[in-house]
Design a protein around this ligand. Structure first.
Ligand SMILES: [Zn+2]
Length: 346
């Protein structure tokens, strides 16, 4: 994985410079160079102690998402997370999110949780805490922490033989579990990513994204089935997960390039998501109905030595345009293993 390196800013000891360092994987090195020709890092944010920042007093708060200010009807009572706690965020909070929006975003996050599905239950941090249990909608497939074990250990239960919950490939030392996601609305999943992306914007950019904030609040159904801005690229990398959630805001280097102003990279568990922040006022010249906008593919920020050891990240193109419930979607999760015992033979 790429690391964040902190160095002190000369003459400003209270400020830290952040560098993002690592060696791109060979297969992605052209993409890497191309992407960094177009974009530079504007903000780098990781869920750790160093990135904690003091929050504004409630009396001084304004909601970025709907412009509500502290008063009779808005008390900013909820502890708003910058990124959802369900992706592992423990340190980053927001002082610009009102209670109403907080409730709305919690609703989107339920859809995100169902979309991530069983994969969340096998994330190591969740395994250690033992707080999360996955049960398939038909209740025949269960993943939970094995309480009888001293070391963190997962227990997979498959009830009813005909359900075909796993495929064992003993020769290649792989096992794939097959399960079903709980129902979710893809567009609401996208909205929960959009919320994360808009939350990392510097304060002076918030007004540029009036339209994106309006989309986030809107109850109107998404009718734009083919809008590429609602599609996201995702990488799934084998091996250990990111130690904690991390986000990068990339900014366009050159106005002349027909690309969106900002791209957000959101990393957590074993995922790297690429999100275009849509409809910035800085992109007005692109949205004239004639210009062909390019969205450069972001490379995965997985170090080549890491990939040599654990395997190459796999790219997925996800379409989050559909604004209705998806039911009974299949989910496969593959593990590599070092050894196994087949107790059926004993
Ligand atoms: Zn609000």
């Amino acid at each position: 994985m790429f690391r964040i390196k902190f160095t002190e800013k000369p003459n400003e000891p209270q400020k830290l410079l952040r560098e993002f360092i690592g060696n791109p994987i060979e297969e992605f090195s052209d993409m890497f160079d191309r992407f960094f020709n177009f974009y530079g890092i504007k903000i780098l944010l990781a869920d750790d102690e160093l990135h904690k920042r003091p929050l504004k007093l409630k009396e001084e708060r304004t909601c970025s998402f709907c412009k509500a200010t502290y008063g009779e009807n808005e008390k900013f009572k909820s502890l708003a997370h910058l990124f959802p706690s369900l992706i592992g965020n423990a340190n980053l909070f927001s002082d610009f999110e009102c209670d109403n929006r907080n409730n709305l975003f919690a609703h989107y996050e339920n859809h995100l949780a169902n979309f991530l599905g069983a994969a969340r239950a096998i994330n190591m941090e969740n395994v250690k805490s033992g707080a999360l249990k996955f049960k398939s909608p038909d209740k025949t497939f269960i993943i939970e922490k094995d309480d009888e074990s001293e070391i963190p250990k997962l227990r997979f239960e498959s009830h009813e033989l005909e359900n075909d919950h796993f495929t064992l490939d003993a020769e290649n030392k792989k096992i794939t579990f097959h399960t079903i996601r709980h129902s979710y609305n893809p567009h609401k999943v996208w909205k929960s990513f959009l919320k994360m992306g808009l939350s990392i914007l510097p304060e002076d950019y918030v007004d540029d994204y009036e339209l994106a904030f309006a989309i986030l609040r809107a109850k109107r159904k998404n009718e734009e089935k083919d809008n590429p801005l609602y599609k996201m690229n995702m990488y799934l990398h084998p091996g250990p997960s990111f130690p904690s959630p991390m986000a990068i805001l990339f900014e366009r280097k050159n106005y002349e390039n027909l690309i969106p102003m900002h791209i957000a990279c959101i990393m957590f568990h074993n995922y790297t998501y690429q999100l275009v922040l849509p409809f910035s006022k800085q992109d007005k010249h692109l949205y004239n109905g004639k210009t062909l906008i390019t969205i450069p593919n972001m490379p995965p920020f997985i170090d080549k030595h890491f990939a040599e050891k654990f395997g190459i990240p796999k790219e997925h193109r996800l379409n989050f345009n559909l604004d209705e419930m998806k039911k009974n979607e299949k989910q496969d999760i593959t593990f590599s293993f070092e050894d196994h015992t087949d107790t059926r033979l004993e």
